[in-house]
Design a protein around this ligand. Structure first.
Ligand code: GH3
Ligand code: MG
Length: 325
């Protein structure tokens, strides 16, 4: 153990140093209370309170300012417990009362031994708590993330839909939801192989993330199905975005091992209805009904609860809104 003794009384610090060296410890005694970075190299600092240039409390402050985090054992005279408690408040690790020279020197090695075990225990606990916190964060991220695509999983999406429903009710704001399903994905797997299917899923997840705002939530519902949650968004705006995504994906070449895979999507779009007491399940069921309709009507299309939006009619809508803008 390496100990630094700071006491303006050279005789006192000399005695303390000699006593501690008898324990086989490395001790350096100084009467200069000027903190410097070399103080960081010690395991403990014994710091006297009563010094003419700077009190021990001043030195404690300087230690904190200079980021010297070595535990300090504060030395106070008899009857100075108030100062000792102030020192503890200011970050001292422990204190020793210098009663008679003899008694104090006899007690000192044990005080340091105990302080060392206590300090190590605290440090170990701090380390374990930090590890636990990190492990918890990791676990939470993993439990809310779809492993393959890296986007949110269904568990997260369901929870977030409930949160957004509450927000929509409270602030009387709209909110919309898209359920997306790849057309004939089984055929893609059959023709190009499962790894190519995986590539399509990952790339589609990226396209969906890129096409949406950071405030929107994109997640994988299951297999080849994805969910997008649009907070604070009217049905019409969500439908327009769904149509943009549908057409973007239809034009996007997915390339796996030199082979180009063409992918199309069906999208069911619904919105939160304050009159209907929607839950996350009922919203997904409503979006799924629209999705089913889009499949039934021939695939590669968007269907909302209002009406069928074929790719053609939507192009007209988009052109009309572009003209208005
Ligand atoms: P539809 O147009 O009616 O949606 O036809 P589909 O072939 O896409 O039918 P469906 O949506 O029922 O098929 C989903 C397929 O997705 C079945 C399953 O083998 C495949 N699948 C599910 N998860 C994965 C995955 O993680 N990777 C790959 N490559 N395929 C998956
Ligand atoms: Mg499908």
């Amino acid at each position: 153990m390496r100990i630094l003794v700071i006491d303006d009384n050279a005789h006192h610090s000399e005695l303390a140093a000699r006593r501690l060296m008898q324990e086989g410890w490395e001790v350096f005694a100084s009467d200069k209370p000027d903190v410097d970075s070399s103080w960081k190299d010690y395991d403990f600092i014994l710091l006297d309170y009563s010094m003419p240039k700077r009190t021990g409390l001043d030195v404690l402050k300087a230690l904190k300012e200079q980021d010297v985090n070595v535990p300090v054992i504060f030395l106070t005279g008899h009857g100075n417990e108030i100062i000792a408690s102030e020192a503890i408040k200011q970050g001292a690790f422990d204190y020793v009362v210098k009663d008679t020279q003899l008694l104090y020197l006899e007690r000192l090695p044990n005080v340091l031994r105990e302080a060392k075990s206590k300090y190590e225990l605290i440090e170990t606990n701090r380390f374990l708590i930090q590890e636990l916190r990190r492990a918890n964060e990791r676990l939470q991220t993993e439990s809310y993330t779809d492993e393959m695509t890296g986007i949110h999983n269904y568990r997260f999406m369901r929870r977030q839909i409930e949160v957004e429903i509450q927000r929509a009710i409270r602030y009387e704001k709209p909110m919309s939801l898209c359920l997306i399903d790849i057309d004939h994905f089984k055929d893609i797997n059959d023709r190009f192989g499962h790894p190519a299917g995986d590539l399509v899923l990952k790339e589609l997840a990226r396209i969906l993330k890129d096409a949406t705002r950071t405030v929107d939530y994109v997640g994988r519902y299951a297999g080849d199905e994805f969910l997008i949650l649009f907070p604070n968004t009217e049905l019409g705006a969500a439908v327009r975005l769904a149509e943009r995504i549908r057409s973007m994906v239809a034009d996007h070449p997915f390339v796996s091992e030199g082979q180009t895979i063409h992918v199309s999507l069906c999208v069911g779009v619904t919105d939160f209805d304050p009159k209907k007491r929607n839950t996350s399940e009922s919203l997904i069921v409503a979006a799924d009904k629209c999705l089913y309709q889009a499949k039934k009507d021939g695939r590669n299309r968007v269907h909302s609860k209002l009406r069928l939006i074929s790719s053609e009619s939507n192009k007209r809508d988009a052109a009309a809104s572009a003209q208005q803008a």
